[in-house]
Design a protein around this ligand. Structure first.
Ligand code: PLP
Length: 397
């Protein structure tokens, strides 16, 4: 298809939920680069929104996937599945979770997590069902997960929402304490809010939240969908805080682009799910699990977590230099390779200008540029990006 035909088929037939898309047709990718239909090259510092952790067309990943496709793609969870068993072991042995359940998207993993938190108290005959979340959070697009998402713009068009959710300001422990009642079953948070603007939880805050949960006998549910799997320079975001969640969720990078999500919980919590309580047709199928196993295994074996920490520091130092250079560059936020650059300019316009200069990034909030490169990124790539930013910013001086 020609580019204009592709754009027309989108305009004519696709539900207009994404508005005007960025004006390129992505055609293929290799490493940290993607190419459009016209052969133009882009540095992919968005990685499909924190998905392509290993970059594009990773040889070992692609080989594993091709082999699995030739063996079997899907059966059902009625049967035992070897790639799933291997993934169970790898994920549980490398995290604080004891048991796991697979879904197909982040929202779905969070739905499962909310169900599990409620069931945990049901089996104890306690009438606790309310989930406290934070404002500016993002937990997905299903009805329950928009109820959990503390942003009115996602909720308002779809009322009535499921009951039992309220949100309080992020990084405000007193607000959380004030919101806990005898109906509260869980506190649900992202260690670093992604869609809400790359807002990092303070160390004291998250430690305080853990203590609050322990005191009140309620569950801590961490949404690690964006922060998980090495993105922040630790395998999981909670490792930065020296705390352990009772339940946590993973998606985005888990399948390196193959849709798969996971819900993990401590044994005592997971035990609340009984046969028939939850399920999924596709969740945890052989292809998805082979993809996730290879992704996680590669992240671990290639030392990509430590590499991410190192590259994140390098990148942040370079971005901090831009603050010195330009008055309108305000601050750098984030951990590892989950970075937000706050500017006193229209971030959306800058994202368009970056695209024209061969750089893919996006805007979260009107004034924050978000960088989420593949974890395999190198110093030279970061240098190139900083050069592009310098180029872009120079004209605003
Ligand atoms: C992306 C995201 C989700 C939703 O994931 P989907 O796969 O789009 O359903 C939920 N929580 C966080 C923190 C996310 O970044």
């Amino acid at each position: 298809m020609k580019k204009r035909e592709i754009v027309k088929a989108d305009n004519d037939y696709f539900m207009n939920v994404f508005g005007d898309r960025m004006p390129i047709v992505v055609d293929k990718g290799e490493g940290i680069k993607v190419y459009d239909k016209e052969g133009n090259e882009y540095l992919d510092f968005l990685a499909g929104i924190a998905v392509n952790a290993l970059g594009h067309s990773h040889p070992e990943f692609n080989k594993t996937l091709k082999n699995q496709i030739d063996k079997i793609i899907h059966c059902t969870n009625i049967y035992y599945i070897e790639p799933q068993a291997k993934l169970n072991k790898l994920l549980v042995e490398n995290s604080v979770g004891d048991r796991i359940f697979y879904g197909n998207s982040g929202a779905e993993a969070n739905e499962g997590a909310i169900k599990l938190a409620r069931k945990y108290f049901k089996v104890r005959d306690e009438d606790r069902y309310e989930v406290i979340t934070t404002t500016k959070s993002f937990h997905g697009r299903t009805l329950a997960t928009i109820a959990a998402t503390g942003q009115e713009k996602y909720q308002k068009p779809f009322t009535p929402l499921p009951e039992g959710f309220k949100s309080v300001p992020f990084n405000d422990l007193d607000a959380l304490k004030g919101a806990v009642s005898d109906k509260t079953c869980a506190i649900m948070l992202e260690p670093i809010q992604g869609e809400g603007g790359i807002n990092v939880a303070d160390k004291e805050y998250l430690k305080g939240v853990r203590e609050l949960c322990d005191e009140e006998g309620i569950l801590l549910l961490l949404d690690e969908i964006q922060t998980g799997l090495g993105r922040t320079g630790k395998l999981f975001g909670y490792e930065h805080y020296g705390i352990e969640p009772d339940i946590f969720t993973l998606a985005k990078a888990l399948g390196n682009g193959i849709p798969v999500s996971a819900l993990l919980a401590k044994e005592e919590v997971a035990d609340a799910f009984k046969p028939g309580d939850h399920g999924s047709t596709f969740g945890g199928n052989p292809l998805a699990c082979a993809a996730a196993y290879t992704t996680l295994n590669t992240i671990l074996e290639e030392g990509l977590v430590g590499h991410t920490l190192k590259m994140g520091k390098y990148f942040k130092n370079k971005l901090n230099e831009l603050i010195e250079e330009y008055d309108f560059v305000k601050s750098v936020r984030g951990k590892g390779l989950m970075i937000g650059l706050e500017v006193d300019l229209n971030a959306k316009v800058l994202v368009g200008e970056a695209l024209e200069k061969g750089l893919l990034i996006n805007a979260v909030s009107g004034t924050t540029l978000r960088f989420l490169p593949p974890l395999i990124v190198e110093e030279k790539d970061i240098d190139q990006v900083v050069e592009i930013l310098n180029d872009m910013f120079a004209k605003y001086e």
